[in-house]
Design a protein around this ligand. Structure first.
Ligand code: PLP
Length: 397
């Protein structure tokens, strides 16, 4: 059965490339296909366009164009930042600090470094998903070379005190990397005033193309190369530039910055309406993450007594695209490491649903989800032995 409509509420997993971004990219896949490293005019055009995209990214971050390096996305940027700093600064120290709710691109990179002589402190977070400044201060040693804390979480949307973390790191002479993959284009970022030394971003999270991202590296910060080969990106990142992707990234970040304020207000208004409707209509439901310091489009709720995966299947039947935990881990039976880190017991973490709203969502979409979700949850609860047990216990009282 084909659903009557498709309601996409998984913008933290990826976004549709904006038609204006697609238009900007197409010439660089057709007539203007020159390799930026070649010498003729066709190549010069590509070179110039890549530099314009670099300037566009730099403007949005408050950086200099020379501090922006294009990558294949957020995962590469995170790997490069963390391994690059670790290997360049290991004579100074071998200790890295991160948090328990980072994306696996950060956590698994840190785990890898542990196998290569580095030690890693994984900071806990409070029940809203925030890192506590006192924990960070207490974890710093004379061996600490890097703090890597994400700007905003991909599952629960919690926004970290990045400015305070940056100020502390700068004062202590420790480099600060932030994975801003979920934040760019959604909340304002300024690398200078926030004392950020390295920042990762990814185009497909803000209506740009997949496979295009960037790492900001503050001028003067030493970082080992991750990829070795040709002399691209000022000899720091080898490989022929993904010219169409880079052009798309530059166009998308510019549009996102232009629209950010208006979009954040519109999307958060829809989100608040949807959340209020869910909490009003579905008993035994809780919001996960911070009540206010969260990304404008993020809802993460736990429905007691049921499995998130089965909610997703039934939502999909009526055309609603959502997720449990993060897209990269959905399909696995492990409860989300983020929900566990904010203290949610495994059985409640299993019944979690993430709805992330974005540019194309409307009030009608909110109405559609509210029309279908409560029925889906009650149907699943009717089949749930946990719910039957709960009802029996309530009756016995
Ligand atoms: N970091 C965060 C916080 C993310 O949400 C993601 C993607 O989900 C990534 C890193 C990885 O980015 P990419 O998909 O561009 O490799």
């Amino acid at each position: 059965m084909t659903p009557e409509r498709i309601v996409y509420m998984d913008h933290s997993a990826t976004t549709a490339t904006d038609p204006a971004v697609v238009d900007a990219m197409i010439p660089w896949m057709t007539a203007r296909y020159g390799n930026p490293s070649s010498v003729y005019r066709l190549a010069g055009e590509s070179r110039k366009a890549v530099e314009e995209a670099r300037a566009s990214v730099a403007t949005v971050l408050g950086a200099d164009p020379g501090e922006i390096f294009f990558t294949s996305g957020g995962t590469e940027a995170d790997n490069w930042a963390i391994k690059g700093v670790a290997f360049a600064h290991q004579k100074k120290g071998t200790h890295i600090i991160t948090s328990a709710i980072e994306h696996h691109a950060v956590l698994h990179t840190c785990r890898y470094l542990e196998q290569h002589g580095f030690s890693v402190t994984i900071l806990p977070v409070d029940e809203t998903g925030k890192v506590r400044m006192e924990d960070l201060k207490a974890a710093i040693t004379d061996q600490t070379i890097l703090v890597s804390i994400m700007t905003a979480n991909n599952e629960i949307g919690t926004i970290q005190p990045v400015t305070a973390i940056g100020a502390l790191c700068r004062e202590m002479g420790i480099l600060f990397h932030t994975d801003a993959v979920q934040a760019i284009g959604t909340i304002p970022m300024d690398v200078r005033s926030m004392n950020i030394d390295l920042l990762s971003l990814s185009g497909h999270k803000f209506y740009g193309p997949k496979g295009a991202g960037a790492l900001y590296i503050r001028k003067g910060v030493r970082v080992e190369n991750l990829l070795h080969g040709g002399g691209q990106e000022k000899r720091k990142r080898a490989g022929t530039e993904n010219v169409p992707g880079i052009i798309g990234l530059g166009a998308a970040i510019g549009l996102a910055a232009e629209r950010m304020e208006e979009q954040a207000l519109r999307v958060s208004t829809l989100r608040d309406r949807l959340l209020a409707g869910i909490l009003e209509r579905i008993p035994h439901t809780r919001l996960n993450g911070h009540p206010s310091d969260r990304l404008p489009g993020n809802i993460n709720v736990s429905f007691e007594f049921i499995e998130g995966e089965s909610i997703l299947l039934l939502l999909d039947r009526v055309g609603i695209c959502a997720s449990t935990g993060s897209a990269c881990t959905s399909g696995s039976l492990e409860p989300s490491h983020v929900l566990r880190a904010i203290g949610i017991p495994a059985e409640r973490a299993h019944g979690s649903l993430r709805l992330t709203l974005g540019a194309e969502n409307t009030g009608e979409d909110v109405g559609y989800v509210l029309e279908h979700l409560p029925g889906i949850i009650s149907r699943l609860r009717e089949m749930s032995p946990l719910y039957a047990d709960f009802n029996k216990r309530s009756m016995d009282v």
